[in-house]
Design a binder for this molecule. Structure first.
Ligand code: ZN
Length: 174
């Protein structure tokens, strides 16, 4: 497994719409393993393939609350088949938007249809953190970031902050 570089805003790659996976072959499994390793290393609780520059509809996630217990979930071609009318808010962050957080409201519950690591079709009922996280990740597959749920003003402030931090970091490295 290899830790890959995570792409951050304002890189236009993050706006690309990802394509469905037709066959979960060795290369796709290798990609999923790398994604999981990258996510744990970051550390984060979810990662979409586009965040490491691969426009494929793959998400890895681990929302386990116990720090030493790993419970990875792999979602290939995930689709929301149902959303609740009730909403829930979380303070969201994103590995592609480092150190920025904002309160985002999303449907509290949803059902997700997807293929697992072995290509088996599954459907789960998600709520709480899992529901919020999978919606955030499916947004990534459609080129949408959590800041798109904010006002244009708030969104631009966050993008400017991240871009500025990036430049400062580069200056130190050089
Ligand atoms: Zn994200």
């Amino acid at each position: 497994m290899t830790v890959r570089r995570i792409i951050t805003v304002p890189d236009p790659i993050l706006r690309k719409k990802s394509e469905s996976v037709n066959d979960i072959d060795k290369d796709i499994k290798k990609l999923m393993n790398d994604m999981l390793e990258t996510m744990y290393d970051a550390p984060g609780i979810g990662l979409a393939a586009i965040q490491i520059g691969i426009p494929k509809r793959i998400v890895v996630m681990d929302v386990s609350k116990e720090p030493n217990k790993k419970e990875p979930i792999y979602f290939v071609n995930p689709q929301i088949t149902w959303k609740s009318d009730t909403k829930a808010s979380y303070e969201e962050g994103c590995l592609s938007i480092p150190n920025q957080f904002a309160k985002i409201e999303r449907p509290e519950k949803c059902n997700i249809k997807y293929l697992d690591y072995h290509g088996t079709e599954k459907e789960i009922k998600a709520e709480g953190l899992l529901a919020t996280c999978i919606q955030h990740e499916i947004d990534h597959l459609n080129g949408i970031l959590f800041i798109d749920h904010l006002s244009k003003l708030k969104k631009n402030i966050i993008i400017k902050k991240v871009s500025k931090n990036k430049k400062e970091l580069e200056r130190i490295v050089v």
